[in-house]
Design a protein around this ligand. Sequence first.
Ligand SMILES: *Cc1c(COP(=O)(O)O)cnc(C)c1O
Length: 482
Amino acid sequence: MGTGAEVNLNHPSPLAPGWLSYPDNVNRLNPALWARDVDRPADELTISGLTVSDLAEQYGTPLFVVSEDDFRTRARSFKDAFDAAFADLCGGVDVYYAGKSFLCTEIAHWVAEEGLRLDTCSGGELAIAIRAGIPGEHLGLHGNNKSDAELGRALDLKLGRIVVDSLPELERVAALAAARGTIANVMLRLTPGVHASTHEFIATAHEDQKFGLSLADGESSPAAQAVAAALGHDAVNLLGVHCHIGSQIFESEGFELAARRLLAFLADVRDRHGVELPELDLGGGYGIAYIETDTPRPPAEIAMAMADVVRSTCAKFGLRVPRISIEPGRAIVGSTTFTLYRVGTTKTVRVDVEGGDTAPRRYVSVDGGMSDNPRPVLYDADYSAVLASRSSDATGVLSRVVGMHCESGDIVVRDVYLPADTDAGDLVAVPGTGAYCWALSSNYNWVPRPPVIAVRNGQARLIVRGETEDDILARDIPRTNN
Ligand SMILES: *Cc1c(COP(=O)(O)O)cnc(C)c1O
């Protein structure tokens, strides 16, 4: 650990990325990154009044901590914002929570209790939805390669929608439904040639990806062929079309262009087949703040912009406004959760910088890593972190929070200023880990997956039990000695 003078020489660090500002107070919480009931009333980080050290003592670390109130509020505010924006167009919006971002039975209950529906994309996600008692008509099933077993289960549950991804799948769904004497509720997943992320989108005609039916090539497009085929099947109830243009999107332009292209397609379907399909799903992808420079727009603003486009495009084509649905995942669960880690070892390395100088980077090793949050490894995702078990008077030092796995790429937070005295035994909390962290977790290095707790009204409870060494040994097949 450096002396004050040495530390001061290096702040702001020449190693810091351009977006990272030097904190005037390392103990301050940026409210944009944290669940609403996370606070630092004295030294320690608390959630709904519970201290992180008590939570760590009771449940161990690493630990996923979900704010139930924050989840419910975000779910409701998406539903309310889109309902309000589309009220006079199509009577409101169906919001499907994208279960793949994070799903367990308790979360499924919250989703249903707040008036949302649930998107699934596998038999396992369907099983959780069923355990939570969600009625089939409030469920969707996605996927580019659904099995007959998954499709059959969806049909037996009378799912509200099966989002069909390809022509062969359409034929399989029709045959499975006919064999059961039932009718499949089908949406067609189309690829509108719009890809969006954060502040940019690109628009093309052709798509080069595994999902969906292409809109390119007009009357002979896969999308047009699928509509004709679906309308010809007695066992298929074609509800409408669907698209999903990307993830972690901050601006509404990409959604607007996709809506325009899909509505033009629906007008085409009407002209050719004399059918006005009743539904349009504009997918998910709404962004959240992971770091201080992330500035997602509030759901109400995006909803209004999308409603304007739907209104004007439908008017242009003389099209009845279809019932709109959306599928936010990350934007509902992402910011509700933080991960609590215990610091094990620390070290400072000197890194060469321009002009022949070196600058310090502090490595703070925690007791989890890429097995509970693979997003930095998979997507170069940025996160932030704070020293959580106490406050500190030390200056901030450019730090890298790293995991305990046998990979040098095992990074949890690439760049953050942590107090220079952060050390073994301290708890570090990483906000924004609700989406695609636990859901993507693994047993890499045979590390047990951590538990998830929900906190509400000053009470914590387990909603996903953590794995133990016994769980790991139970799946490993020992030699029989006889
Ligand atoms: C992943 C996914 C979503 C949710 O995306 P978020 O970025 O979490 O909002 C919605 N719809 C489909 C089809 C998806 O694949």
